[in-house]
Design a protein around this ligand. Structure first.
Ligand SMILES: C[S@@+](CC[C@H](N)C(=O)[O-])C[C@H]1O[C@@H](n2cnc3c(N)ncnc32)[C@H](O)[C@@H]1O
Length: 359
């Protein structure tokens, strides 16, 4: 066994990002298969404990203090600073804080409400986005996004989390061949058409990345979001900000690219179809709709897309994460077709850019 472990440790120490991801998935399967009934029971029974402990760390100011420390600090120093007996965990990074705060304050209540909600609905898959575990969890008749709009502190947590997803790893421009498409020289009609419309921009990175990578491509670059949201999006040099609701007629016609990231998984099929139709009606024959969303991999159904995000979508919006086949029938229902999927990683994690065009 020592030799086997040493071999794995060696692999870990030299692994690049892709190998690490594959290794983690395979080792997790092995670890799970090693559990006995008791282990599995405890893993689920105490899964909220980690969150509670992290909350205590925040309440004590532990992470702030650690982040501000210039040198290594011992457990004793930490305990003295906190006025507490014990402290835990390692240096947090921004991503961790954003993820965690959102999870504890906005997501954990949904999970807690989910069992009684599903019992009430007799375990029929919900399809109404204003009758979900969310409404039970937050004691509101409002849609989750409407409720968040009225609770700026929680909305800010959500925004921090969405922004934290833009880490150093690969993004849509690393996989989608924009350059090749323009190499044909067909895109020569000056600035009359929009070249890139980011619908539901949220934090606004894709437009900025597009402008930075292709500063000289002619055509308007447009950021769209709800009126209250678009006011908060930092302007991108050379791009227009526009108030727009996903359910309204798309005002920018015939753009080269319409881009949506992390939007459609917030909607059950009957509403996602409407949103797709709004874009379809604006598309020209050579337009492409680029959807950066999760495509659950048949081969690598990772825990995040298959469990965490899927259940969060269910409990929040009566929605789900989708396999490629489910995406294809959704596109078909809206008069569109999937041309090609570009997974962001290899072996694929579920985040994928889907190129969708008119049928
Ligand atoms: C889940 S966020 C995704 C944000 C961003 N695309 C990203 O990947 O970080 C959904 C975005 O769609 C926007 N949106 C625009 N119109 C909307 C509508 N009618 N209903 C709900 N959200 C809408 C929201 O304000 C929000 O910024």
């Amino acid at each position: 066994m020592d030799a086997a472990i040493a071999h794995i440790e060696e692999l870990v120490s030299t692994a690049d990002e892709n190998t690490r991801r594959e290794l983690r998935l395979r080792l997790l399967n092995i670890v799970n298969s090693l559990e006995d009934t008791n282990d599995t029971f405890h893993r689920f029974a105490h899964c909220h404990l980690g969150s509670a402990v992290v909350k205590i760390g925040f309440d004590l100011g532990l992470f702030k203090s650690l982040a501000e420390s210039k040198e290594c600090v011992t457990l004793e120093i930490i305990a003295e600073r906190m006025g507490a007996d014990t402290s835990l965990l390692e240096l947090p990074r921004q991503r961790f804080i954003a993820n965690w705060l959102r999870s504890f304050e906005v997501v954990a209540p949904i999970y807690q409400a989910m069992p009684s909600f599903l019992q009430k609905t007799n375990y029929v898959t919900p399809t109404d986005p204003v009758d979900t575990a969310w409404q039970r969890a937050f004691n509101t008749p409002m849609h989750a996004l409407e409720w968040l709009g009225k609770h700026p502190d929680k909305l800010a947590r959500f925004g921090d989390y969405m922004a934290s997803r833009d880490g150093p790893s690969r993004g849509w421009l690393d996989v989608y061949p924009v350059q090749e498409e323009f190499a044909t020289g067909d895109w020569d009609n000056g600035t009359s058409r929009a070249v890139f419309v980011n619908i539901g921009v949220g934090v606004g990175h894709p437009c900025a990345e597009f402008k930075k990578k292709f500063p000289h491509l002619p055509g308007r670059v447009v950021l769209q979001d709800l009126p209250h949201k678009i006011e908060q999006v930092p302007p991108v040099s050379g791009a227009e900000s526009m108030a727009h609701s996903l359910f309204d007629e798309q005002p920018v016609k015939g753009a080269k690219y319409y881009f949506m990231r992390g939007i459609l998984h917030n909607y059950p099929d009957h509403l996602a179809k409407v949103l797709l139709e709004r874009v379809r009606d604006a598309m020209a024959p050579d337009s492409a709709l680029l959807l950066d969303d999760y495509v659950v991999s048949e081969q690598w159904p990772d825990f995040y897309s298959r469990s965490i995000s899927d259940l969060t979508m269910l409990g929040t919006f009566s929605s789900q994460e989708r396999f490629e086949e489910q995406w294809c029938s959704l596109f078909e229902s809206a008069g569109l077709r999937l041309v090609k999927s570009y997974p962001l990683n290899d072996p694929p994690t579920s985040e994928t850019v889907m190129e969708v065009r008119l049928k």
